[in-house]
Each structure stands twice: as structure tokens, then as C-alpha cells.
Design a protein around this ligand. Sequence first.
Ligand code: GLN
Length: 206
Amino acid sequence: MKEINIGLLGLQGAIEEHEASVRSAAKALGIQLDIHTVLLPEDLEGLHGIIMPGGESTAMIKQGKKSGLLQALRNKLEDGFPAFGTCAGAILLSKRVKRDAHSEITEGAFPILDQTILRNGYGRQKDSFAVKLPIRGIVDEIEAIFIRAPIIEKTGEELKVLAEFGGKPVFVQQGNIIASTFHPELSGNNGVHKYFLKIISENTYQ
Ligand code: GLN
């Protein structure tokens, strides 16, 4: 696919860095890219994939419920629509979400990724930190910046773990969906955004 329309979920959180990274990735791959901020159900029309940024997952859910965007997007994702979620975005895409270590498990807004994710899993001491990591088949090394990041505690069979830190998955893929608990868009390395554009190009969902 030489022309791709990509959506950036704009309910809450920072999308500028994703925008810059996906633009440079498209340029490097010779893809003509159109970027659309997604706020309402009708903004999903004509898109080939969506990026869900970091931020506050609860605020995103609150915003997205009112307009019907969450339900419309959930339907598309269940049909195989490609998505790339970072941090809060990864929480939204999880089948099982824990608010804290002792809380009950609830469903994410888009319960697709077969994983249990614990919000703010690194606690206060390690609120934000950076480590260098490889992501299998994607980049040899990336600066992985974690910001009040969740921890993926358990994964099911459908999920491929492509990067780990501290013995826990930090980058996963299930079909056309990729998710990281860190922020590739802040690393200055557009390898993950290139990988997402490749998933979209090879995707049969239209
Ligand atoms: N702590 C946030 C949440 O639970 C996620 C943080 C982030 O996206 N950087 O939604």
C-alpha cells in the first residue's frame, strides 16, 4: 500500500511525537501518509489503522464513551483493524486490567489483547525511567522510556512477546495489534512506527 490514512486517538494524551515519528517512518518507506485526529465515531471512516497514545486511560474512556467512539472503534478492532497502543493505549487494548495490585480485574475499553495488565505497575519510586532494549524482529536497540507505566503480568497463548524488561513483557503483538508499555515515540527511533506501517500495508482489513 502506497497511501495510508492513519488515525491518532486524540481524546487525551500527547499525540505530537507519534505524529512526527510516523511521518518520518512513512517518508523512509516511500509511503504517502495522511494523519487524522480521531475524536468522534465518524473520524474513523477511511482509516487504515490507529495509534493510541499514552496519557490517562480513565480520562480517555470517559471522553470516548459519550460520543459513541469507544463502541465504534471496538467493533472495528474486533474485526481486525490495525492498532498500535502505547502505555495508556496498551491498557485500553487489554482483556484484563487491574487498577492496583489488590483490585479486581476489569475489561479494557477494547478487550482484545490476551493479557493481564496492572496500571502504574512500577509504583512511585520508579515513576519514570529509561532503559535500552531490543525488540525482536523490529529494532536492535531502542531507548525505552517508561512513564507511570503499566506492567503486563500475564499473557495468553495468542500473544507474541517481542520485548521484555525485568522478566515482564513490554512489547507485544496479537494479529494486527501491537502494544508497548513504554513510549517508542519518545526514543528518536522510528523503527516501531515503520513496523506498524508495514502491518497496515500487508493487512487485508479495509
Ligand atoms: N498511568 C497511566 C494510566 O494508567 C498510563 C501512563 C502513560 O500512558 N504514560 O492510564
